[in-house]
Design a protein around this ligand. Structure first.
Ligand SMILES: Nc1ncnc2c1ncn2[C@@H]1O[C@H](COP(=O)(O)OP(=O)(O)OP(=O)(O)O)[C@@H](O)[C@H]1O
Length: 260
C-alpha cells in the first residue's frame, strides 16, 4: 500500500515569495493499482511525484510504501525521455541496472517487447520521439520497480503514437502488477489508463475527488465510453473543469492548454 499524507509543502522562494504548493493532501494507492492524478496546470502534480519518489524530502508529512519510506524500488518516467545521447539503446537501459546478473537479459527482453529489438545498438539521436519514449519505458520497468512514478510521459506525441505507448504500458503493467502513479492534465488519458483517478485542486493542492474507473480494458482516450464518463464527471463536478483537457478531439499538448 502506498500511503501519502502531505501536511504542507512550501517552496520558500518562488520569485521572491514563498509558495504553499500542497496542503492536507492524502492518498491511498493499493498494491498493483494504476492510479492517475489530474489537476490544473501548475497545481503541484510534479511536486507531489517528487515528494513520493524521495527526490524532495523538504516537506511536512509522510510518504510510505508498505510502511516504509519508498527509498529503493521506485522507477520514474518524465515528460522528456532523458536518454544519454552517447549511449546505445541497450546501454541506456542497462545503465540503471547496477550489477544485477540477470539485468542485461531482462533489458533485451523488455526492449524486444517494446519492439526495439532491431535498434539495440542505435544511439537515441537516430530514433523517433515515440521510439525514445519506448526506451524510457523499458528503462523504467527494467529495475522491476515496486512503484512507478510517471509525469506526463506521453505528452506532445501524436495521438496514434501516444495510444500505442499507452497500450504497451498497460500490457507490461498488467504482467508485472507494479503500483503506478501517473500524472496527466488530460482527463481522457487518465480515464483511459487508470483504475482510479485522483483530482487535485488548485494550489495549495489537495485531493478533491477520487473516481474509480470501472470500464473494461483495453481503453483509448478516443472511446465513446471514455467521452461519456468524462461528460458525466464534469456535469457532476463543473468546478473540476478549469485547467483540465476535456475536449473530445484535442491531441497535442499545445491544443490541450487552451481553455475548454
Ligand atoms: N523549485 C521551486 N521553487 C519555487 N517554486 C516552485 C519550484 N518548483 C515548483 N514550484 C512552483 O510550485 C507550483 C507547482 O509546480 P508543479 O511543477 O508541481 O506543478 P504541476 O501541476 O506539475 O504543473 P504543470 O501542470 O504545469 O506540469 C508552481 O506554482 C511552481 O511555480
Amino acid at each position: 500500500m502506498l500511503e501519502i499524507d502531505i501536511a504542507r509543502k512550501t517552496y520558500p522562494d518562488r520569485g521572491g515569495h514563498p509558495h504553499l504548493a500542497l496542503e492536507a493532501l492524502r492518498m491511498r494507492v493499493r498494491p498493483g493499482e494504476f492510479a492517475c492524478v489530474v489537476g490544473p496546470s501548475g497545481c503541484g502534480k510534479s511536486t507531489l511525484l517528487n515528494l513520493v519518489g524521495g527526490l524532495d524530502a523538504d516537506f511536512q508529512g509522510r510518504v510510505a510504501l508498505d510502511g516504509r519510506p519508498p527509498a529503493s524500488g521506485v522507477g520514474f518516467m518524465f515528460q522528456e525521455p532523458r536518454l544519454m545521447p552517447w549511449l546505445t539503446v541497450l546501454d541506456n537501459v542497462r545503465l540503471v541496472l547496477g550489477d544485477d546478473p540477470e539485468g542485461p537479459e531482462r533489458a533485451r527482453r523488455l526492449l524486444a517487447a517494446m519492439e526495439l529489438g532491431d535498434v539495440l545498438d542505435a544511439f537515441p539521436g537516430r530514433l523517433s520521439g515515440g521510439m525514445q519514449r519506448r526506451v524510457a519505458l523499458a528503462r523504467a520497468f527494467v529495475i522491476e520497480p515496486r512503484l512507478l512514478l510517471m509525469d506526463e510521459p506521453f505528452v506532445s506525441l501524436d495521438a496514434p503514437t501516444a495510444d500505442r505507448l499507452r497500450a504497451m504500458l498497460i500490457d507490461i503493467w498488467r504482467e508485472r502488477q507494479t503500483t503506478v502513479l501517473f500524472v496527466t492534465h488530460d482527463l481522457r488519458e487518465a480515464l483511459a489508463l487508470g483504475d482510479r483517478v485522483f483530482f487535485l485542486s488548485d494550489a495549495p493542492a489537495r485531493v478533491v475527488l477520487e473516481l474509480p474507473v470501472g470500464l473494461e480494458r483495453p481503453r483509448s482516450p478516443g472511446d465513446p465510453a471514455i467521452h461519456a464518463l468524462q461528460q458525466q464527471v464534469l456535469e457532476r463536478h463543473p468546478e473540476l473543469l478549469a485547467g483540465l483537457v476535456t475536449k473530445p478531439d484535442t491531441t497535442s499538448q499545445e491544443a490541450s492548454l487552451d481553455p475548454p
